[in-house]
Every structure is written in C-alpha cells, then in structure tokens.
Design a protein around this ligand. Structure first.
Ligand code: EPU
Length: 337
C-alpha cells in the first residue's frame, strides 16, 4: 500500500527524532506505484528521498516532497559454486538483510551488522564499518529517474564509489531513487577480521570463527561504543574521517605525534575524526541538550529536546575547535537539511 500525505510529521522518520514536517510525503511500497506517481506529478519539484532517516539532520520543515520507499522483498536471483546474487528492495531494513545473509551462510555482509538504515541508502552513502564497505558486495543498483520514472541499472563501477561517497551524492545528486540493490556474496567462508580489535575479541573469547560469531562480535563491539538511537537520538558518525595530504599530515603530526592515520591512496592519509574531537577536549562534552558520546566522540547525541538547528550549531562549534587546534577541517557525514 502506498500513501500520499500533506504536512506530514517526520519525527518518527529520523533517528535524531527532530519534530519537523514535510509539505508532501509519499510512502511507497512498490516500484510500479512509484513510477506511476512520478509520471503523474510530471513536474520538477524539490524532492528528497528518505531512507531510514539514520543519517540526516533536519533543521527546518521541508518545503517539498519526501519519498520514502517501503518495499521489503529479499530474493535470491541466482548462484554458482562460488557466489550468490541476492536482490534486496530499497525499503528493507539493512540489518535484516545482513541477518538474511548470515542465516543462509552467505559471506561478505557480516561486518556491516547493525548499521542503522535501509538497503536503499547503502549504495548512496557507501556505508561501511570494520574494514568492509557496501561497495565490496554490491553487484548492481536498480534506480528510477525522479524526473520521469524511467528505470536505470548501475553496475558497481558506474556507481563511482568512494569513502562514504558515490555518483548518487555527486553528479546524480537529487536525480535518482534507488529501488533495489543486487548484492554478490561469497558462498565460501572468507572473513575480514583485520580492523581494530576484532581478532583480539576472538582470541579473548576463544570462540570459533564462523559467520554467526563474527556477526555477534561486530554487534557487541558496536553496542559497546555506539549509542542506541532509541535511547540517545543520534545519526552515527556525525563527521567523515578527514582525508588529507600526506605532507600536511607530516607537518601536523610533528606537533601532535599521537595522531592516528591510515593510508588513503596516493599521497593521502585518512585521519580519525573521533580522535581529533577527543583530543581537542570534546569527548563527552555537553552544551544544553546536545553532547558528544562519552565512548565515541564522533557521535553527536541529543540529550534533551534540542532542535536540529541547535545540533547543527553544536557541530559547528566542534568543527571550529578541531580546526583551531589541528588545522584539519571536519566535514559532516550526516546530511543536513
Ligand atoms: N578514537 C579516539 N577517541 C574517540 C573515538 C575514536 O581516540 O572518541 C580513535 C579510536 O581509538 C581509533 C580511531 O579513533 O583508534 C578510529 O575509531 P573507531 O575505530 O571507533 O572508528 P571511526 O573511524 O571513528 C568509523 C566509521 C564508523 C564505523 C567505525 C568502525 C566513519 C565516519 N565512521 O568510525 O561508522 O562504525 O569506523 O568501522 O567512517 C557511521 O558511519 O555512522 C559509523 C558509525
């Protein structure tokens, strides 16, 4: 069932629980309804595609049309000895897709356990965690053009994936809506346990390394570091980890030798935004009804009834402090509307 509404409250549609409205709201449960709707409206409107609302900060009422995909099918398309191709609708809750893979012994998605949001956002944002990114398992992306409802298929390389980035956030920004994603998963056990303390966790617990245990370990690590949006409204990492010039980092790290960095392509390094905020003295910092999380400074949480504008102001305050101390500019990972 699809439905169209005016002046629709978005409070339950964003994990910061900001109480704003959308002038028009279309919740759509199947691709054909969406195409009919787009053909019918036939006018260039200010359209925003909202997934699980887990990576967005609303600072005011939205004066356009929001489309929210609620299609929810997961199907196995085909498989061979090595790989299986699974199609998941845009409206599927991301973690339900990961659980489906683990349940069926399909390898590749497990490190992305418990990431909030929906399948539709996974290629747009190229979601990632614990050494894996959505781009590692995406085979192709099915989308429609917002202007006329025309169907499109993007291969993995056509998506132009980067760190928390894709063509859908750049040259195609605001032009397409992802309707489903086809994932290519391994049928043979291949694990990626190199990130941070995953291996250590396995050594400590003496558990067998299998798909279920990897998923559970990732879930435990996430729950120990990241706040539950149902308890402390948040949108995950508020900023991206800044990628800067290796030479610039060399200069900065002479003054601050403790700063962490990871290789990020030729002449570039990725710094840890959480550490920068932490070392600038802002871990657990609270201002009125907004704070950084006490276990992970990169996550901004709403502790009371703060507005989106207050949260934005808080984030700008932190950005300024990090720039002043380290000379590194933070960029929001969260979409601010
Ligand atoms: N760190 C600190 N202080 C802090 C936070 C982090 O010193 O307050 C240090 C950590 O000790 C570690 C380094 O910074 O050495 C990196 O921290 P962490 O492993 O927690 O990961 P992150 O780089 O802060 C990224 C993603 C997360 C993802 C984790 C794990 C981004 C913007 N964030 O965070 O993704 O879960 O890695 O893979 O890339 C999200 O996108 O919303 C998200 C939560």
């Amino acid at each position: 069932m699809s439905k169209f509404e005016y002046n629709f409250s978005l409070k339950d549609y964003n994990t910061f629980n900001i109480d704003v409205t959308s002038k028009e709201f279309f919740a759509c449960s199947c691709e054909n309804d969406l195409i009919d709707f787009l053909i019918k409206i036939n006018s260039p409107k200010d359209i925003f595609v909202l997934g699980g609302g887990s990576n967005i900060l609303f600072t005011k009422n939205f004066d356009g049309l929001i489309i929210n995909m609620q299609n929810s099918k997961i199907e196995i398309l085909n498989s061979n000895n090595d790989f299986v191709y699974v199609k998941a609708d845009a409206g599927v809750i991301w973690d339900n897709f990961v659980e489906f893979c683990v349940e069926n012994n399909f390898y590749g998605a497990e490190n992305l356990s418990l990431i909030p949001g929906t399948v539709g956002a996974s290629p747009v944002q190229n979601i990632g965690a614990y050494g894996t990114e959505a781009k590692d398992i995406i085979f192709e992306v099915n989308a429609v053009k917002l202007i006329n409802g025309q169907k499109q298929i993007f291969s993995n390389s056509e998506c132009e994936f980067g760190y928390r980035d894709s063509i859908f956030k750049n040259s195609l920004l605001g032009r397409n809506l992802v309707t489903s994603v086809v994932f290519k998963l391994n049928k043979k056990p291949i694990f990626n346990l190199e990130y941070g303390n995953i291996k250590e966790e396995f050594e400590k617990s003496k558990q067998e390394i299998n798909l279920r245990n990897v998923r559970n370990t990732i879930i435990n690590i996430r729950q120990s570091k990241l706040p539950d949006p149902k308890v402390s409204p948040n949108a995950g990492s508020f900023f991206k980890n800044p990628v800067i010039d290796e030479t610039l980092f060399g200069i900065i790290s002479q003054k601050f030798p403790y700063l962490i960095s990871y290789p990020a392509g030729e002449g570039k390094v990725k710094t840890a935004a959480g550490q920068l905020i932490d070392k600038a003295g802002f871990k657990g910092f609270k201002l009125n009804n907004v704070a950084t999380h006490s276990n992970q400074a990169l996550v901004i949480i709403k502790t009371g009834n703060a507005s989106g504008a207050e949260i934005k102001y808080f984030s700008e305050h932190i950005k300024k402090a990090v720039l002043e101390k380290f000379g590194i500019a933070l960029e929001p990972e969260v979409n601010i509307l």
